[in-house]
Design a binder for this molecule. Structure first.
Ligand SMILES: Cc1ncc(COP(=O)(O)O)c(C=O)c1O
Length: 363
């Protein structure tokens, strides 16, 4: 959709990235790190002061003491952390419970390891997990459950009740959890992010994956990390050692300083909540029916008052004819389930959102 957006000079509310600059203080810190010659390989698990800053942050946010030496690994992005966690654990024939719609790397990552995705649809239109269905789909071969909250593409978030259900399901099993929490700070309406790290019994069976790109408006940096118990981390690093091995050093040096400023991540939720609300206000002038977004920088909408085309046809047509690129949500289902919903990314300048809404009001 981004290529189509460029071709048709469309406003791109498709792909998930900001169109405004990242913090100049952070770019200055990277420049300083380069000038001070932090330009060689960093240690395989990551730059220690950064791992220490992450451990402090996790203690502060989730009241969990993580050992930066043995339980945190810096990775080139969240997607890589997820891939590495899956490759660390999965054996051919293992079953992995995965929810749809979902971030597009999950199922290919399961399949490439010879494991079997056991797909469960989130309940439309709230995109909630049906925990009874999860119970029914657990077998003796279930090795893993993959979670993502706040959720791409829907903006749904897991609640404390969901985590209680999860706890009761996995108790007494050897099921491992991979929790994708790249949008941990992008959560709205005073809802608390239910990190797996808040629950020691769940954390001890989990790989929890994060992304600096999503927190600091620098998706192109591809820097993230994985938090997992020491025995899991030891195995995770065996995969990482002979794959990426070492991540970009100057960015890690810069983030080790920047992360200690708590406002740098604590203000993100309210910043994006304002953008969500601004976009919702603008979209009142269109015929789209907006769904709820409680987190992430995505919001979905039904277009049944406009057209009965498939979501893919609709997304392509509005990009070409009206100059706004969106993502058809069927793209996030293996079998293309089409609820006639498209996804907008609202992590954009206000003028970009206003221009998009003005064009969408003509449909
Ligand atoms: C749910 C989810 N996980 C992971 C990622 C990727 O993170 P990174 O760019 O750090 O690999 C994204 C990016 O869109 C995402 O939406």
């Amino acid at each position: 959709m981004s290529a189509l957006a460029t071709e048709h000079k469309a406003v791109n509310l498709g792909q998930g990235f900001p169109d405004f600059p990242m913090s100049s203080a952070l770019t200055e810190l990277v420049n300083d790190a380069m000038r001070n010659d932090f330009n060689q390989y960093s240690p395989m698990p990551g730059w220690m002061p950064l791992r220490e800053a992450i451990a402090e942050k996790v203690e502060f946010l989730y009241n969990n003491t993580i050992n930066p030496d043995t339980e945190i690994t810096i990775t080139p992005g969240g997607t890589y952390a997820i891939y590495t966690a899956l490759t660390t654990v999965l054996q051919p024939g293992d079953e992995v419970i995965v929810f749809e719609p979902g971030y597009d790397s999950y199922i290919p990552n399961i399949v490439v390891n010879g494991a079997i995705p056991v797909r469960i649809n989130l309940q439309f239109p709230e995109y909630k997990i049906n925990w009874n269905e999860v119970r029914q789909k657990i077998t003796s071969r279930t090795r893993m459950i993959m979670l993502n909250s706040p959720h791409n593409p829907t903006g749904a978030v897991l609640r404390a009740e969901d985590l209680q259900q999860l706890r009761s399901i996995v108790e007494g099993t050897n099921i491992i959890i991979v929790s994708d929490e790249v949008y941990e700070h992008i959560i709205f309406d005073d809802v608390k992010h239910q990190s797996i790290l808040r629950y020691p019994d769940l954390a001890q069976r989990s790989f929890v994956c994060f992304s600096f790109g999503k927190v600091y408006h620098c998706t192109g940096w591809k820097l993230g990390y994985c938090i997992a118990p020491a025995d899991f981390t030891k195995e995770f690093r065996k995969v990482h050692q002979f794959n990426c091995f070492s991540c970009h050093t100057p960015s890690q040096v810069a983030l080790a300083t920047f992360l200690r400023d708590r406002d740098s991540y604590l203000t993100l939720g309210s910043f994006l909540q304002k953008k969500r609300d601004y976009f919702l206000q603008l979209m009142k002038g269109t015929r789209f029916t907006m769904l709820d977004s409680k987190g992430s920088y995505f919001i979905c909408a039904q277009y049944n008052r406009i057209s009965d085309e498939s979501d893919k046809e609709f997304a392509i047509r509005i990009t070409k004819e009206f100059g706004v690129a969106v993502i058809p949500v069927s793209a996030f289902y293996q079998e293309g389930t089409d609820n006639k919903v498209v996804r907008f990314c609202f992590c954009k300048k206000d003028e970009t959102l206003a221009l998009a809404a003005e064009r969408l009001s003509r449909i």
